[in-house]
Design a protein around this ligand. Structure first.
Ligand SMILES: [Zn+2]
Length: 473
């Protein structure tokens, strides 16, 4: 009954309204919504710490750019500036300003134009935690996430987060930590959500209108002395192979791209003048630590099913089978009630153990924890005393050192407060030696033991190589 009344009451009005609607639809009604800026799109995003760090992977980048036509962008977490100047007199912030220009020119030589510098401060230490503290971990992670969402890379290549004997800068490791975090967070709409919120007309300067993005693979490279330990952890690329497009070896192309880094690498000019024969000889010299042949990129994480050693871009494309989640064991060692107190190596080693588990990254770890330090400086062995309960505890710490080394502090009996974990450290003075003597000395072992109530609660071992020069621990 009601329906009939309605139909009976307004038939004429409905007809008029329909005519108006038809007129409106005949006008061009589709409005184009702007997409992301395609000029920013990258196939590879390189995340490194300092101007010239990109040189660690330029032999591979030359291959990807010239012969595989990949788009590459680079993020430098710092502008450099805490190191020495091997070319002119400027230092500190002035040197950092120069290094930014050197890095832009070096990247441009390989055709890389999208280059960003974030706000990390060049921190001359081996400890990744010092770098993260001095950079402002959160602010730089937020800034890096913005670049990942802007460039939408298929692949991220970064420094390996880990402690190895070698020129092992804490800033390099910190770049690897942030890149690892960004790999997981960029696709999470709750991570820095204002970046991925749609822009509004009202207060439009606040919301960025980026889109969550999942990079497909995360690769690491390292400047550890022993490059052989990375064999088999990912694809290996010959640096001596000749680029079909450029008719030069990839290492030559890398070297040419390194020439602008005069404040750090003035010898690149000399290398350029070498004949092919001289250059071959230099590359085959076992003391050459510039680039390993072949260069291995360690696969840390992948969202694509495939072999670890498969090519970087293997499986990446519209048909890719994307793996939704990582499956890793929960982080941290469990303190069992049967062994209620446990001592572990803390500091960067403890942090990396937790990071590997949390981020589910598959990376090589030194067989025994290791570090190099400058001979004559003090070694710090950071310790975590973990307990099943938060009771106060008396603990005895003893250190066994190589002959000639001296424990300065951290040995003896300590009463620990009521908490589940307490951090301590043992400080050990190392002997000074001549550069010639140091060349003959192999890594030596420090052992720290702990006991509570006469029962052992663990020991930690650290392999220490004394060198004529090394960054502060
Ligand atoms: Zn560096």
């Amino acid at each position: 009954m009601r329906r009939l009344l309605v139909w009976a009451g307004i038939p004429v009005m409905v007809a008029i309204a329909n005519v108006n609607l038809l007129q409106a639809q005949s006008a061009p009604a589709t409005q184009t919504v702007k997409g992301p800026d395609e000029r920013m799109k990258a196939d590879i995003l390189v995340v490194v710490a300092h101007p010239d760090d990109e040189g660690g992977v330029t032999p591979y980048l030359a291959r990807a750019i010239y012969d595989e036509h990949k788009r590459v962008a680079v993020v430098f977490l710092t502008r450099g500036g805490s190191g020495g100047n091997d070319y002119t007199r400027e230092h500190g912030p002035a040197l950092a300003a120069i290094r930014e220009q050197e890095a832009r020119t070096a990247c441009a030589k390989l055709g890389i134009r999208n280059v960003w510098f974030l706000e990390g401060k060049d921190t001359a230490s081996q400890n990744v935690l010092n770098s993260l503290a001095n950079w402002g971990h959160g602010a730089n992670l937020e800034a890096l996430l913005r670049i990942v969402r802007l460039t939408r890379p298929e692949v991220i290549i970064t420094w390996l987060p880990g402690v190895f004997i070698g020129e092992n800068h804490g800033d390099h490791q910190a770049a690897g930590v942030l890149a690892t975090e960004a790999f997981d967070l960029a696709n999470d709409p709750t991570s820095f959500p204002a970046q991925v919120a749609g822009a509004t007309k009202r207060l439009e300067v606040y919301l960025e209108n980026l889109t969550p993005w999942q990079p497909k693979k995360l690769y690491y490279f390292s400047d550890a002395d022993d490059q052989k330990q990375f064999a088999g952890t990912g694809p290996a690329y010959s640096i001596k192979e000749v680029s079909p497009a450029q008719k030069k070896s990839y290492v030559r192309l890398a070297l040419e791209a390194a020439v602008p880094h005069l404040t750090q690498f003035p010898q690149a000019q000399q290398f350029q003048k070498m004949t092919e024969e001289q250059f071959e000889k230099f590359l085959d010299d076992p003391n050459n630590t510039f680039w390993p042949e072949p260069m291995t990129l360690t696969l840390g994480k992948s969202r694509i099913k495939g072999e670890i050693a498969a090519d970087v871009f293997w499986g990446i494309g519209p048909q890719a089978e994307v793996i939704a989640r990582d499956e890793c064991k929960p982080s941290g060692e469990v303190v069992e009630p049967s062994a209620p107190v446990k001592m572990a190596l803390a500091g960067p080693w403890g942090f990396y153990e937790a990071l590997r588990a949390k981020a589910c990254i598959h990376v090589p770890v030194a067989k025994e924890p290791e570090i190099e330090i400058k001979a004559g400086t003090n070694l710090l062995v950071p310790l975590a005393i973990k307990r099943a309960t938060a009771k106060a505890l008396d603990i005895v710490i003893e250190a066994k050192t190589p002959s000639g080394w001296k424990v300065v502090s951290g040995q003896g009996t300590f009463r620990l407060p009521e908490e589940a974990e307490t951090d301590l450290f043992v400080e050990i003075a190392t002997p000074d030696s001549s550069t010639e003597e140091l060349k003959k000395i192999a890594a030596q072992q420090v052992v720290v033991r702990a006991s509570a109530g006469g029962t052992s609660v663990g020991e930690v071992k650290l392999k220490v190589l004394l060198k004529a020069s090394a960054l502060a621990q």
